[in-house]
Design a protein around this ligand. Structure first.
Ligand code: FAD
Length: 410
């Protein structure tokens, strides 16, 4: 969405192809109701994603949501989301930008002309149609466009390992003053496992109250699967739902939780990692954690590396130097094989711990906006240069330089 809006703001004619009935990706389709990456973790936190991402935060507030940063018990800074507000906010921003938003439209194939993508096949209930364009952004999460067009892709890290996915579950019926802390839920899950509930894979994870209701979302039903294998993916959804119902059993034993019920799972299991678009300039853990800067920076990240190695295994966190930020160069967004293909969000190329920071949604707005501008300029001129992408991003109000500590303090 950020790529589409930014490309339109840069003067391109843009189609956004989305298979779901709404925009928002994991926020609206997988119950991931916490925007991370918009701010550094310093105290006070500094906003490092502006431009389209900031427009989204403002639109959420116009619609009655609250996008102010919240520091969690784990000392990280997030914004809490109402998924219905997010859906409507994104509709309105795309409409204002003049983006042709095709919902219920699945990209299934692509054609090439030399080292450039020429057109993409889009399936909807009218059949399969083709859309031609001069440049493309793959923000599909799973790098479907790159894979279908024969661009360089890599599944997971260099050893093929991917972070686990999670079926996020939203629970209602919990009393307003009930203790919904991670530790209370962890006790309930451990007791349930001791009682013989055998589907639960994780005891300790994010459990958070959603604004505007007493509902709670829990990021506990971890699963390992391969999205490229439909049976593996489908089995993970079924196992995840089994976990959701066992979680309900578990939490009903807690004070104030007796009337708890499942409001929704997913709808889709949330996939943290699958394919990456092999890029001209992959990002490394040392660069992310060390707060690297680049002369060709086009976006800024500030979420700690948050790595989920697999169901039942503890997450590993590495904070960024001084709780600051790092820059992301244009080459990280540019396909190494296809001249008119740019990547954004969790399709980006990085080593495992760099990716564990890059993948969050605030940063995805920033990389999306940069990819959209780069694609629009490539569509117009055949090529683009970082200096041109950077100046258009600045014109659009995006932040392309990591705030330096001395500036943060002043
Ligand atoms: C369980 C879980 C918890 C997380 N927790 C957080 C968190 O608290 N905060 C945070 O900021 N991030 C979190 N993340 C990470 C974050 O949600 C993702 O990395 C982020 O959503 C990536 O954004 P994206 O736009 O690249 O991909 P996605 O959000 O996955 O969006 C991709 C979009 O492309 C569409 N699409 C895919 N393939 C096709 C196709 N072939 N044709 C048409 N449309 C297609 C999808 O329907 C989807 O709308 C979490 C992730 C998971 C799984």
């Amino acid at each position: 969405m950020a790529a589409a809006v930014a490309a339109a703001q840069a003067g391109a004619s843009v189609a956004l192809i989305e298979r779901a009935p709404y925009l928002g990706g994991a926020a609206t389709h997988s119950n991931v109701l916490t925007y991370c990456g918009f701010w550094t973790q310093a105290d006070p936190a500094v906003q490092i994603v502006r431009g389209v991402g900031d427009d989204v935060l403002r639109e959420i507030e116009i619609l009655g949501g609250d996008a102010t940063p919240v520091r969690t018990a784990s000392n990280v800074v997030i914004a809490l989301l109402d998924p219905e507000i997010v859906k409507f906010a994104l509709d309105r921003i795309c409409e204002r930008a003049g983006v042709d938003v095709l919902l219920h439209a699945t990209l299934t194939d692509a054609t090439l002309a030399g080292d450039r993508i020429a057109s993409v096949a889009v399936y909807d209930h009218g059949g399969t149609g083709w859309i031609s364009a001069h440049a493309f952004v793959d923000a599909s999460g799973d790098a479907d466009l790159a894979a279908r067009s024969g661009a360089g892709v890599r599944y997971g890290g260099h050893d093929g390992a991917v972070q686990n996915g999670t079926l996020v579950v939203r629970f209602g019926g919990i009393e307003a003053d009930a203790d919904t802390s991670r530790t209370a839920w962890e006790r309930a899950v451990r007791a349930a496992k001791a009682r013989g509930l055998d589907a639960l894979t994780k005891e300790h994870g994010l459990v958070i109250r959603i604004p505007g209701s007493n509902d709670v979302v829990a990021y506990l039903a971890d699963e390992a699967y391969d999205v490229r294998d439909v049976r593996s993916h489908a089995a993970a959804e079924r196992r995840g739902r089994r976990q959701a119902w066992q979680l309900l059993d578990a939490i009903r034993t807690l004070p104030g939780h007796a009337a708890a019920y499942i409001v929704t799972t997913g709808p889709a299991i949330g996939t943290r990692e699958s394919r990456h678009v092999v890029a001209q300039r992959p990002l490394t853990e040392a660069e992310v954690v060390g707060g690297a800067t680049f002369p060709d920076a086009v976006a800024v990240g500030g979420w700690p590396a948050e790595h989920h190695p697999g169901p039942g295994l503890p997450n590993r966190w590495i904070r960024i130097k001084d709780d600051g930020a790092y820059e992301i160069p244009l080459g990280t967004l540019h396909s190494a094989t296809h001249a008119n293909l740019f990547a954004a969000g969790r399709t980006l190329d990085a080593d495992p711990y760099a990716f564990a920071s890059l993948r969050v949604m605030g940063t995805a707005f920033a990389t999306g906006q940069a990819a959209g501008v780069a694609a629009a300029q490539t569509a117009r001129n055949g090529v683009t240069k970082a200096e041109h992408v950077r100046s258009e991003l600045v014109r659009q109000g995006a932040l392309i330089a990591a705030p330096q500590p001395e500036r943060t303090l002043s």
